[in-house]
Design a protein around this ligand. Structure first.
Ligand code: FAD
Length: 381
């Protein structure tokens, strides 16, 4: 057993940390305040090979493994969690189902563009009546000759309106429940695709989240991902990997909270001594560091496992649940350590607290993670 990262992963970490701290971190407050889409961050990440890195080499990507991807999402999120969302959605939720379930023709059609980031990806599962109960899809896909005609409405879609391709889930057979759901690659420019305005969000404000409206969209049958009826299986398999990304995002946010807390506790003096001399502050920092370590270990283990044969839903859920809970808890504590200065924008700590909250909600809420984990432990899965 080896707890050290190997040379390859250390190199990835060093490179992305340098880029994220020198560029992304400098622009994070601007994007948080304006809610503008961070195109220059996307460009920097694309040019340096981090966005699209999970695409296999034969299709123009780097063939990066899930651990490298997790390290990138962690370091990006440490600088700006909103950009971490963009990386996770593109590198995992859009690329992964194509790699694992796409036909050769579909891979050749979309993966090179996703590798070079000429096209940006998104994942459209959630609907007004299908949130935690994702099987309750209402979007319909009717077969008509060599096309499917899609009608429905997706909500809360990250990269909505900016992404060029969407992995869209829709019902092809109403009589079969979750086994009647299929997955499609839908292009932004197909007639009948439109988008709502970006949601005005609490956190990760630079990652645009919109409705995706499908009004008689004619999708070529070759854009079916996997077989008809495999959509729900594909959605869950994708989320299993995606959860590692959200765990990594939470780890990055938590690391940023610790960095800021340690710095501030040493600088700020009250009662004639630095805050770091007070035991109440020391204990907060100790717990933050301990939970960060545990969250990172669970996340890296999950990242390592998902590239190996087997079903790792319990482990990815544990990583996401633990890391997101810890990120939320300790970003609140980081604000507390900063006192009144933590409550104002200038120090960037309140942004971490706002950004952390989403990690407890998307790609399966904390309640859903409890259900998954207990199901495995109790032998009901
Ligand atoms: C910023 C943002 C970005 C997102 N990005 C995407 C995206 O890119 N693609 C996409 O498809 N979706 C995306 N989502 C949607 C997200 O995955 C869902 O919001 C999430 O799965 C929860 O669904 P819901 O909001 O409908 O909540 P609900 O399912 O209505 O849940 C409400 C509450 O009830 C609890 N609950 C529900 N069922 C149970 C149960 N059985 N037992 C106990 N408690 C339960 C939940 O845990 C939660 O606390 C995004 C959401 C947000 C806010």
């Amino acid at each position: 057993m080896d707890f050290e990262l190997d040379e390859e992963h250390l190199t990835v970490r060093e490179g992305i940390r340098k880029l994220a701290q020198s560029r992304l971190a400098q622009r994070a407050d601007h994007y948080d305040q304006t809610g503008e889409y961070p195109w220059d961050d996307v460009k920097d990440l694309a040019e340096n090979g981090y966005l699209g890195m999970t695409v296999p080499e034969e299709f123009g990507g780097l063939g990066a493994d899930s651990l490298a991807n997790a390290i990138v999402i962690e370091e990006v999120s440490r600088a700006d969690a909103a950009v971490g969302t963009i990386v996770d959605v593109h590198n995992t939720l859009a690329v992964d189902p194509l790699v694992r379930f796409g036909s050769q023709r579909l891979k050749e059609k979309y993966l090179p563009g996703l590798a070079s980031v000429e096209i940006l990806g998104a994942y459209a599962l959630t609907e007004p009546d299908a949130g935690s109960n994702a099987a309750n899809q209402k979007t319909l896909a009717e077969k008509s000759g060599d096309e499917y005609i899609l009608n429905g409405r997706k909500i809360f879609i990250s990269n909505g309106g900016v992404a060029d391709v969407y992995v869209v889930y829709a019902v092809t057979d109403k009589t079969k429940g979750s086994k009647g759901i299929s997955a499609f690659i839908v292009e932004k420019d197909m007639a009948g695709v439109s988008f709502g305005p970006p949601e005005d969000k609490l956190g990760i404000r630079a990652s645009h989240t919109t409705e995706v409206i499908l009004d008689n969209v004619h999708v070529p049958a070759e854009n079916l991902l996997g077989q008809e009826g495999e959509g729900y299986k594909i959605a869950l398999a994708t989320l299993d990997k995606g959860r590692v990304g959200i765990a990594a995002q939470a780890v990055g946010i938590l690391q940023a909270a610790l960095d800021k807390s340690v710095k501030y506790a040493k600088e700020r003096e009250q009662f004639g001594q630095p805050l770091s001399y007070f035991q109440a502050i020391q204990f907060k920092i100790a717990e933050m560091a301990m939970d960060l370590d545990a969250a990172r270990l669970l996340t890296y283990r999950a990242a390592w496992l998902v590239d190996r044969p087997g079903r790792w839903s319990k482990e990815t859920s544990m990583a996401k649940l633990f890391a997101s809970t810890a990120a939320m808890k300790h970003t609140v504590q980081a604000v507390q350590i900063h006192g009144g200065y933590g409550y104002v924008r200038e120090y960037g700590v309140e942004r971490l607290m706002r950004d952390a909250k989403i990690t407890e909600i998307y790609e399966g809420t904390s309640e859903i993670q409890h259900i998954i984990i207990s199901g495995f432990v109790l032998g009901e899965k």
